[in-house]
Design a protein around this ligand. Sequence first.
Ligand code: HEC
Length: 98
Amino acid sequence: MRAHLSILFVLILPAALAAEPAPEATNASDEKAAVDVAQLYETKCAKCHELTPVAERTYTPDEATNLVNEMQAKDTQWISDEEATQIATYIAEKYPKG
Ligand code: HEC
């Protein structure tokens, strides 16, 4: 009987452990994405000037989009449409109005 129980344990324990990391993995990839966008913002927006003028203000999502579109228009080869969208979302979340 004892032997049977420990076999059961050996079978169940790894399954329970294997089930654990899934939510962590999701969080980790979310964090990685956030870091990537922060880096994208720093790389793309600090090319021509400091980031200080951005950080001195707050933005509604529309204002962030307008700002980023304006900056994108200065060098369309440097910032793609997809990057512009990601950066605008990032700025509106990092420096929210109100
Ligand atoms: C190709 C060069 C270039 C890039 C890339 C660039 N900017 Fe600019 N930025 C400028 C110039 C030039 C100005 C000077 C004011 C103007 O022309 O609007 C400026 C001004 C600004 C200002 C001040 C605007 C004002 O009205 O006083 C902010 C804020 C700003 N940029 C944010 C950003 C952000 C955010 C990004 C990244 C999405 C970015 N910039 C990328 C060239 C650039």
